[in-house]
Write a protein that binds this ligand. Structure first.
Ligand code: FE2
Length: 416
């Protein structure tokens, strides 16, 4: 079990300076994006760093849905600045960008060296990075708890990532008051990301159903469902079932938004150890091949499917297909998410798909890849892109080949 070091609660962002100073830092790079840079959070953090006597340089060019180019630019900034500490304030994209900058500035290498195979070389990160304190401003990605940084490789037209224990932030400061100003669709997208982190962790191929790794070093971070991850996943599912719709519909509902932040934290701890599987594998091509979808509450301009939406549009289809293989777990998850009444194990597929579809409808998110502009002609490319996410596909509870992946997309396109 890898355990994240977390400070959670209203107002903890003001502890950023003291936290980094106590980690021995003197000169800190503050990573954010242009939207978050204008919010009060960044001035609070900056004041806290200066109050602790630290030098600060701000990098506000982290890109939403980062790319190899945006990671490389951020790493250049970090290299030139000679920093001994990092602070990230933003959504998963900002935190992931900061992880990459901390990595390539400390251990310079050709970009694909550390990137997951088969797209990159999958070389291990050589050692620890400088301290990184991560402050999420959305209630979703859980990036503050994981050692994964995700990006789009523009030239290879593939979404992939870098995964290493050394990338996990040294400390997460999770201040749920930062989620109060989020637009409804941002809460919905990140909330469904949370829900899927929990549900995928809970149903991943169990740790005991794998062969023993050849060495201690070869033990993967993603080890499938396990008793530690189950604790966080169950509670995150319960909280999502109870609070997600409220958090989306009413920004003044602080109880719901704080509960969702806590659910995101628990789900982040869960999937940081268990790993996600099919909805996340499929999300990479759903986000990568989009032609013209725009989501309210997100920057105008290029077509963009927010991460959580690209994950959840296939979730009803995936869990309907997987439930008969693991009926008890899917049934328990459906109950935690709010399914009520007489539920029999034989009906697990209906119940889990049904409760997901109800929550999606009530939150007003696109109900299938068709709502993002995909048609049956796209099934081949979507499935090929998803099969490239080998780490995630192999984490599914049953073996998935290309034909089965196509069936999952076909079912999702026809309504899950
Ligand atoms: Fe995710």
């Amino acid at each position: 079990m890898d355990v994240s070091s977390i400070t959670f609660g209203p107002g903890v962002l003001a502890e950023a300076g003291e936290t980094l100073a106590s980690l021995g830092c003197r000169r800190v790079a503050l990573f954010t994006d242009q939207t978050v840079a204008r919010l009060e959070a960044v001035s609070v953090a900056r004041g806290s760093l200066q109050g602790a006597g630290l030098d600060v340089a701000v990098y506000d060019e982290a890109r939403i849905e980062p790319t190899n180019a945006s990671f490389t630019a951020a790493a250049e900034f970090a290299k030139k600045g000679n920093f001994d500490g990092f602070l990230s304030i933003g959504g998963g994209s900002v935190i992931d960008t900061c992880k990459a900058a901390a990595l390539y500035s400390k251990y310079p290498a050709p970009f694909l060296s550390y990137v997951n195979a088969p797209i990159g070389e999958g070389r291990p990160v050589p050692g620890p990075l400088s301290p990184h304190v991560a402050c999420p401003t959305t209630c979703g990605t859980g990036s503050e708890c994981t050692g994964i940084a995700v990006f789009d490789h523009l030239e290879l037209k593939a979404k992939t990532g870098i995964a290493s224990r050394h990338l996990r932030p040294t400390r997460a400061l999770i201040d749920p008051t930062l989620t109060r100003t989020l637009p409804p669709m941002v809460v919905a997208a990140s909330g469904f990301d949370v829900l899927c982190h929990a549900l995928e962790s809970f149903t991943a191929r169990p740790y005991a159903a794998r062969s023993r790794p050849a060495s201690a070093q070869a033990r993967p971070m993603s080890q499938g469902s396990n008793p530690w991850s189950d604790v966080g996943a169950r509670e995150a599912l319960r909280l999502a079932g109870r609070f997600l719709v409220r958090a989306v519909r009413d920004s003044a509902d602080t109880e719901a938004r704080e509960a969702l932040s806590w659910a995101a934290t628990l789900a982040g701890i869960a999937f940081g150890n268990a790993g996600c599987h099919l909805p996340h594998a499929m999300s990479y091509s759903v986000a990568g091949l989009v032609r013209q979808y725009h989501c309210p509450g997100y920057p105008e301009g290029e077509a963009l499917v927010p991460h959580g939406i690209s994950v959840v549009v296939n979730a009803p289809s995936v869990f309907r297909a997987l439930a008969p293989h693991l009926p008890e777990r899917h049934l328990e998850a459906a109950r935690l998410l709010g399914a009520t009444g007489e539920i029999a194990a034989a009906d697990a597929a209906e119940h889990i798909a049904g409760v997901l579809q109800r929550l999606m409808r009530e939150c007003g998110v696109p109900s299938s890849p068709a709502a993002l502009g995909y048609t049956p002609d796209d099934v081949g490319p979507l499935a090929r892109g998803a099969m490239l996410q080998k780490r995630l596909v192999d984490n599914a509870p049953v073996p998935i080949d290309a034909a089965r992946m196509e069936q999952l997309f076909e079912a999702a396109l026809s309504g899950g």
